[in-house]
Design a protein around this ligand. Structure first.
Ligand SMILES: [Zn+2]
Length: 120
């Protein structure tokens, strides 16, 4: 029996599945302007680190983000920015906006926020 080879679609489906999670979309939004440490994500989302790390792991195994350690801090950054083209197209279709809080929900002591606090 002749069948069309759907394998190329499977490869795409794997990526769409990575996007099928609200927190993973929120993390990708947070990483639009560059790397962030996990402690900053905790403060921004008000969620437990274990839960955030679990979703970061999914993004990482898909090859979308990369991890970097500096002292006690663990930073993530997006290494395939093309993903934002997909997200933005979907956003136009669904007429939705990113819902990141303007500042972290919890007090944040990450290096980026510490610097901002000193400047104030
Ligand atoms: Zn912070």
């Amino acid at each position: 029996m002749n069948e069309v080879d759907l394998y190329p679609y499977q490869k795409e489906v794997r990526f769409y599945k990575v996007l099928m999670h609200p927190l993973r979309l929120a993390i990708l939004d947070l990483l639009r302007d560059g790397e962030q440490c996990v402690c900053h994500m905790e403060a921004v989302f008000g969620l437990r680190q274990a839960y955030i790390s679990q979703q970061l792991m999914v993004l990482r195994s898909a090859g979308l983000v990369e991890v970097r350690r500096e002292g006690l801090n663990i930073y993530y950054r997006v290494i395939q920015p093309e993903i934002y083209t997909v997200i933005d197209a979907m956003r136009r279709m669904t007429q939705t906006e990113p819902v990141l809080p303007a500042k972290p929900l919890l007090p944040c002591h990450c290096p980026t926020c510490e610097v901002t606090q000193v400047q104030l």
